[in-house]
Design a protein around this ligand. Structure first.
Ligand SMILES: NC(=O)c1ccc[n+]([C@@H]2O[C@H](COP(=O)([O-])OP(=O)(O)OC[C@H]3O[C@@H](n4cnc5c(N)ncnc54)[C@H](OP(=O)(O)O)[C@@H]3O)[C@@H](O)[C@H]2O)c1
Length: 283
C-alpha cells in the first residue's frame, strides 16, 4: 500500500514531515512538485515510480515516443487521483486527426480518462500551429486533457503557439536545463518568468554525465556535497530548482536509491553565493 503524501494539484502535504516543495503550474492554480519523475529510457518497473510518488514526486513525465506510457499506467493504477500525469504528442502527429488519435492511444496506455498535461514534444514548422492547437483545445473542451504544454520551443515559437490558442494558455515549456546546458538562461527563462509559464527542466543531471570526472566543476560539486551534507546529484538538482520559482526538474532514475536521493534535492536551498559559484565554474 502506497503512503499518500500529496494529492494531485495540492499545494500542501497530507502528512507532517514531508518536505517536497511544490510550485505553481503556470497560472492554473494547480501545484506540482519541484522534483518529478522522468521516464525516457526508463527501465525501473513500478517500484521506483511508486516510491517517488510516496515521497511527494507525484508528477510523472512520459511521451508517446518513449514507450513508457504502459508502465506509467500500471504505476498509477489505484492512485490516479494522487498523481499528475504529463505526456507528449510527437511532431509527426500534429495534424488535427492524428493528434486526436495520439491522445486517445496515450489515454488507453496510461489507463486513465484524462491527461493532466499534454505537451507538443518538439516544434513542427511543417504543420500550421493553428491546426495543432485547435486539436489541443478540443481535447481540453472534451475533458481528455487538462492543460496544454510545449517542449523544446523557443521564445518565438512560444509566442506563435500562444497566439494560435483561443481560450487556453500554454502553461509549461519542457526544455533541457542543467549546470552544463544553460542555453535557456538568456531569453527563455526571463520570458517564462514574465509570462508565468512553468519550465520543466529535462536532463537536469546531464543524463548522469555531471556526476563523474575530475573537472573543476566536479570538484566544486564534491566540496558543496561535503558542506551541505548532500550528494552531488542533490547539489546539481537543487541548483536547477533553486534559481527561479517557475522551474521544476524531472530526473529519470531506474534505481530506487536514486529516486530517494533525487527527492531529497527538494526542501532546502543552496546559498546565493554557492549558486553564483556554480554558475561561474560551469559557465
Ligand atoms: N522533452 C524532451 O525532449 C526530453 C528529452 C530528454 C529527456 N526528457 C525527459 O527528462 C527526463 C530526464 O532526463 P534524462 O533521462 O535525459 O536525464 P537525467 O535525468 O539528467 O539523467 C538520468 C541518469 O541519471 C542517473 N541518476 C538519476 N538520479 C541519480 C542520482 N541520484 N545519482 C546518480 N545518478 C542518478 C540515472 O541512473 P539510473 O536510471 O540508473 O537510476 C540515469 O542514468 C527524461 O526521462 C524525460 O522524461 C525530455
Amino acid at each position: 500500500m502506497i503512503e499518500r503524501t500529496y494529492r494531485r494539484d495540492a499545494k500542501e502535504t497530507l502528512l507532517k514531515g514531508k518536505i517536497m516543495k511544490r510550485k505553481p503550474l503556470g497560472r492554473t492554480g494547480v501545484y506540482i512538485p519541484e522534483i518529478g519523475l522522468g521516464t525516457w529510457k526508463y527501465r525501473g518497473g513500478i517500484e521506483p515510480l511508486r516510491v517517488g510518488i510516496s515521497l511527494g514526486a507525484n508528477m510523472i513525465d512520459t511521451a508517446e515516443m518513449y514507450g513508457t506510457e504502459d508502465i506509467v499506467g500500471r504505476a498509477i493504477d489505484g492512485i490516479r487521483d494522487d498523481v499528475f500525469v504529463a505526456t507528449k504528442v510527437s511532431p509527426q502527429h500534429f495534424h488535427y486527426d492524428d493528434l486526436i488519435k495520439s491522445a486517445e492511444t496515450s489515454l488507453k496506455k496510461l489507463n486513465t480518462n484524462v491527461i493532466d498535461l499534454y505537451q507538443l514534444h518538439w516544434p513542427n514548422p511543417g504543420i500550421p500551429i493553428r491546426e495543432t492547437m485547435k486539436a489541443m483545445e478540443d481535447l481540453v473542451k472534451w475533458g481528455k486533457i487538462r492543460f496544454i504544454g510545449v517542449s523544446n520551443f523557443s521564445v518565438r515559437q512560444m509566442e506563435e503557439a500562444s497566439a494560435a490558442l483561443s481560450s487556453n494558455e500554454i502553461v509549461s515549456n519542457q526544455v533541457e536545463y542543467s549546470l552544463v546546458e544553460r542555453g535557456i538562461e538568456s531569453d527563455l527563462i526571463p520570458y517564462c518568468v514574465k509570462e508565468k509559464v512553468t519550465i520543466i527542466a529535462y536532463s537536469p543531471l546531464a543524463r548522469g554525465g555531471l556526476l563523474g570526472g575530475s573537472s573543476r566543476g566536479s570538484k566544486l560539486l564534491e566540496e558543496l556535497s561535503r558542506k551541505y551534507g548532500k550528494t552531488k546529484a542533490q547539489i546539481a538538482l537543487n541548483w536547477v530548482i533553486s534559481k527561479e520559482e517557475n522551474i521544476v526538474a524531472i530526473p529519470k532514475a531506474d534505481r530506487v536509491e536514486h529516486v530517494k536521493e533525487d527527492c531529497g534535492a527538494s526542501g532546502w536551498k543552496l546559498s546565493e553565493d554557492d549558486i553564483k559559484e556554480l554558475n561561474k565554474v560551469f559557465s
